[in-house]
Each structure stands twice: as structure tokens, then as C-alpha cells.
Design a protein. Structure first.
Length: 295
């Protein structure tokens, strides 16, 4: 069995917005933290299409971030303070939070890490993510890091290679952009080796010095612990894809997973996309899951 870890933020939560403003002294980055209302469909997809799942963990900053419909008997809520040392809190940086997921109490050895914009859409098994017990890894190699995210990806690959006893790579690896099959013991191992660098990199908001979860998946790759292959996944950027193409895929998927990636788009465009996408998800997943309260 494999567990599921989901990181989630509701950027409309008044308590969270107050904490963000007081801690950072900045207005909330609406695009980075807005909630599309799709978390329930991720959980419905898990129940319907991932029969090999054990526990589902929802990682949030505080109790006010847990949606009221979440069934606390089937979803294990993990607060940042449960896994992240107090000196790093509060934190509003997902890549920093990812450095501590392996510290979740009761987490299984094999687990899938989901951002809340990834969705299982067709039947999957453990073999789709851990063939022969090894995490599936599809490395793409890059030379240049042209934005903040890619700098974090490059940082992670370089540190992972060093931790694994390999030379600094000329071309850094970038894994497939989908849910991440991870091994808890190897994440703990990499963290122990890289503790000083990781903890020095933790920042409240995203920064070019950060690492991300790829540090742990890259470490397995450089140690020869992965099975090389591709997860069946479709990726949409809401800036580039039409709403018709996104909704058509949701209602008639031909890949096992989908990522619907948020980017900077006008508010009216966001409202239109959100409404149409939620309607399509409701048609594809009309039945509540055990992770939702019935009322």
C-alpha cells in the first residue's frame, strides 16, 4: 500500500490572509494562493482510481485551512507545526514545506506527493508509480534555468547528485511534472546528508536559493534506486489551453492523471475557467468520496 500526501492552501481564508500580511508585510499573491475549489475532486479521484492507497494526509498551515467538508475520520490533517521546526514558521513557501514531508507521523515507506492541481482520472495501480517497488522517474535534462522554479529544480539536482556521491551534473535533471512517487527512508537519508544546506535554504516566501521535492526524487535517481519510465499524465496550463480542451479531457480522459496548472490570468478569465472546470469535474466525479462528510 502507498499513502497520499497533499499540500493545500486556501488563499481566501481570512485568518490565513491576516497571518500572511502580518508575517511578510506584503499583499497576498492571489495567483499563487487562490483556491479553484477542486480539492474534493482530487480526493474523489483517489478513492475511485487508486485502490492501492492506505492513508491520505492533508498538509495545511492551520486548522482554519481545512475545508469544512473534509471527513476527519478518513483524512489525516497535518499542520505545518507538526513537521516543520518552529524557527521556520510561519512559512508560505510550498518548496520549503516539501523539505519536511518525510517527517509526517505514520507515513508509509512508499507514498505519492500531490499538489492540489493534480488529479487521478483513470484507474491506476502501484505499478504505475512503483514498478518492482521502485519509484518511477522520467528525467528530462536541461542546461539553462530561466525562471525561479527552474533555478530551484537545478539547485535540487546539484545537491542531490552531491549527496549521492556523484559529480556535479552539467545538465540538471527535471522530473516529469506530475504526482511524485517517493520513498520515505530515502528522503530521510537525503535530508540527513544535506541538513545544513536544506535548513539554510528555507525561506518564508519562494526564493532562488530554495530546493524543492525534486531533491528527494533526484537523490533516488542518482543512487540508481528508480525505475526509468513515464507516468501517464496530461498537463494543461490555463493560460495556453482552451477551456473547451480542458473540460473535454476531464469528461473523457485518455491519460491516467492530469495537471491543471494555474498561471497569471485576469480575474474574469479565472472565474469563467473555474466555473466550467468545476462543472466538468462534477460530471466526471458525481459521487462523494469517503473523504467527504455526507451532509
Amino acid at each position: 500500500m502507498m499513502d497520499i500526501v497533499i499540500t493545500y492552501v486556501d488563499g481566501l481564508d481570512p485568518q490565513w490572509r491576516k497571518a500572511y500580511s502580518e508575517a511578510t508585510g506584503k499583499p497576498v499573491n492571489e495567483k499563487r494562493y487562490r483556491d479553484w475549489g477542486t480539492l474534493r475532486y482530487l480526493m474523489r479521484g483517489i478513492e475511485k482510481h487508486l485502490p492501492d492507497v492506505g492513508k491520505v494526509f492533508l498538509v495545511v498551515s492551520s486548522e482554519s485551512q481545512v475545508p469544512g467538508w473534509v471527513n476527519r475520520e478518513t483524512v489525516r490533517v497535518v499542520l505545518h507545526s507538526d513537521i516543520i521546526p518552529e524557527r521556520f514558521l510561519p512559512v508560505f513557501n510550498s518548496t520549503a514545506i516539501e523539505m519536511f514531508l518525510h517527517r509526517i507521523e505514520g507515513l508509509s515507506e512508499q507514498f505519492l506527493y500531490f499538489n492540489d492541481d493534480f488529479f487521478p482520472m483513470k484507474d491506476c495501480s502501484m505499478e504505475d508509480f512503483f514498478p518492482d517497488g521502485k519509484p518511477l522517474f522520467r528525467p528530462a535534462r536541461h542546461l539553462f534555468a530561466t525562471n525561479l522554479f527552474k533555478r530551484q529544480v537545478r539547485n535540487s539536482a546539484i545537491l542531490a547528485a552531491r549527496a549521492a556521491g556523484r559529480r556535479r551534473p552539467l545538465l540538471y535533471v527535471r522530473p516529469q511534472h506530475t504526482c511524485a512517487p517517493m520513498l520515505r527512508s530515502r528522503s530521510e537519508e537525503a535530508y540527513a546528508i544535506c541538513r545544513e544546506e536544506i535548513e539554510a535554504s528555507v525561506t518564508m516566501l519562494r526564493d532562488a536559493r530554495n530546493y524543492n521535492q525534486y531533491l528527494f526524487t533526484d537523490y533516488c535517481f542518482y543512487k540508481g534506486l528508480c525505475h526509468i519510465g513515464k507516468i501517464s499524465n496530461k498537463h494543461f496550463s490555463v493560460a495556453a489551453a482552451s477551456v473547451d480542451s480542458i473540460c473535454s479531457f476531464i469528461e473523457n480522459p485518455d491519460r491516467k492523471l492530469v495537471c491543471i496548472n494555474d498561471v497569471n490570468i485576469p480575474e474574469n478569465r479565472y472565474e469563467e475557467l473555474r466555473s466550467r472546470i468545476l462543472e466538468s469535474f462534477e460530471r466526471h466525479f458525481p459521487e462523494k468520496s469517503a473523504y467527504e462528510l455526507l451532509q
